[in-house]
Design a protein around this ligand. Structure first.
Ligand code: C2E
Ligand code: MG
Ligand code: MG
Ligand code: MG
Length: 289
C-alpha cells in the first residue's frame, strides 16, 4: 500500500516490505549526498495570532528534493537520517539556512517574526549543540529571542544525559524552547515539569478531533488552561477548519498554525507572502492618512 508522506509530498512507497527495504537503502545512500548536492530545501509555514490572524512567526520544515522522486517529506526521511546519524549535519544545515532567511526577512520587513526550528532528539544529545546554535545566530545576525527550538517528547529525560543541560544552555543564549506534539508522548507532564519550556504546541491529532470527539476537545481545553497557569504560551498545530479556529480562539489559545491559514511554502513564496502583507499594511495606512 502507498504510504502517505504528507499532503505536500509525493507518495513514493508502493509494493512489498522487501521492496521498501531496498528503497530505504537506496534512499539512505542518496540522503548521504543530499546536503552537498544542494537537494535540501527549507519550507516555511506561518504561525498566526489567534485573535488578529496576523502572522507572528514561522516554522522551518525541511524537504528533500530528490532528483528522481521529487519532494520527499521529513516524516519519512528524518527517521532515516536519525538512524544513520546524518540528522546532525542535516539539522545543522536547516538551522543555519533558516536563521539566515529569518534575519533577511527581519532586515527587509522588520516584523519581529519568530522562527521555529525542529530539533531531533539525536541533536539534543550532542555535546556541541550550544556551540552550533550560537554560531548559527552569530553568523546570521538573528536575534536569539526570535529563535525557538522545537523539541518532541520522544526522548526520555532520564535516558538523555545532556538534554536538560542543553536546554538550559539554549535559554542562557536567549533562545526559546517549545515542546512539540504535546500530548502524544508518554511523559508530557514530566516534560513540562522538568524542562525549561516557554511554549507548548498542541499536537494536530487533538486539533483534528475538535468538533468530532468531545474527549479530545476537553484535552485541548485543559492543555491551554494548564499552559497558561504555568505561564507558558500555547500554539495549536494542524488547524484546518473555521470550526477548529473558533474553538481554539474561544478557549484562548495564543497562536495557530495550519492549512486553514497557509501550507508550508518554499522560501520565495513565503517572501512574497510577507511582501503582500507589507503592501496591504501600507495601503491601509495610506487610506487612513
Ligand atoms: P512537526 O514539527 O510537528 O511539524 C508540523 C507538521 O504538520 C508539518 O509536516 C506540517 O507540514 C504539517 N501541517 C501543518 N499544518 C497542517 C494541517 O493543517 N494539517 C495537517 N494534516 N498537517 C499540517 P512536515 O513538514 O511533513 O513535517 C513532519 C515532521 O517532520 C515535523 O512535525 C517534524 O517533527 C519533522 N521535521 C520537519 N523538519 C524538520 C527538521 O528540520 N529537523 C527535524 N529534526 N525534524 C523535522
Ligand atoms: Mg515542529
Ligand atoms: Mg508537531
Ligand atoms: Mg510531528
Amino acid at each position: 500500500a502507498a504510504k502517505s508522506l504528507g499532503r505536500n509530498n509525493y507518495q513514493i512507497f508502493e509494493g512489498s516490505a522487501e521492496q521498501s527495504t531496498q528503497q530505504n537503502l537506496a534512499l539512505k545512500s542518496g540522503l548521504r549526498h543530499a546536503e552537498h548536492k544542494g537537494e535540501l530545501r527549507v519550507f516555511y509555514q506561518p504561525q498566526v495570532d489567534a485573535v488578529t490572524e496576523d502572522i507572528v512567526g514561522m516554522e522551518a520544515l525541511v524537504r528533500w528534493e530528490h532528483p528522481e522522486l521529487g519532494f520527499i517529506g521529513p516524516g519519512f526521511f528524518i527517521p532515516l537520517a536519525e538512524e544513520t546519524g546524518l540528522i546532525v549535519s542535516i539539522g545543522e544545515w536547516v538551522l543555519r539556512a533558516a536563521c539566515r532567511h529569518a534575519q533577511e526577512w527581519e532586515r527587509r520587513f522588520g516584523l519581529g517574526l519568530r522562527l521555529g526550528v525542529n530539533l531531533s532528539a539525536v541533536q539534543l544529545m550532542q555535546p556541541n549543540l550550544l556551540e552550533v546554535v550560537a554560531s548559527a545566530l552569530e553568523e546570521s545576525g538573528l536575534e536569539p529571542a526570535l529563535l525557538e527550538m522545537e523539541i518532541t517528547e520522544s526522548i526520555s529525560i532520564k535516558a538523555a544525559p545532556n538534554l536538560v543541560e542543553n536546554l538550559q544552555g539554549l535559554h542562557r543564549l536567549g533562545v526559546r524552547i517549545a515542546i512539540d506534539d504535546f500530548g502524544t508522548g508518554a511523559a508530557s507532564l514530566d516534560y513540562l515539569r522538568k524542562l525549561p519550556a516557554d511554549r507548548i504546541k498542541i499536537d494536530q491529532s487533538f486539533v483534528r478531533n475538535i468538533g468530532v470527539d468531545p474527549d479530545d476537545e476537553a484535552i485541548v481545553r485543559a492543555t491551554i488552561e494548564m499552559a497558561h497557569r504555568l505561564k507558558r504560551g500555547v500554539v495549536a498545530e494542524g488547524v484546518e477548519t473555521e470550526q477548529h479556529m473558533e474553538f481554539l480562539r474561544a478557549n484562548h489559545c495564543d497562536e495557530l498554525q495550519g492549512y486553514l491559514f497557509c501550507r508550508p511554502l518554499p522560501q520565495p513564496a513565503f517572501e512574497k507572502l510577507l511582501l503582500e502583507r507589507q503592501r496591504l499594511l501600507a495601503g491601509v495606512s495610506d487610506t487612513a492618512a
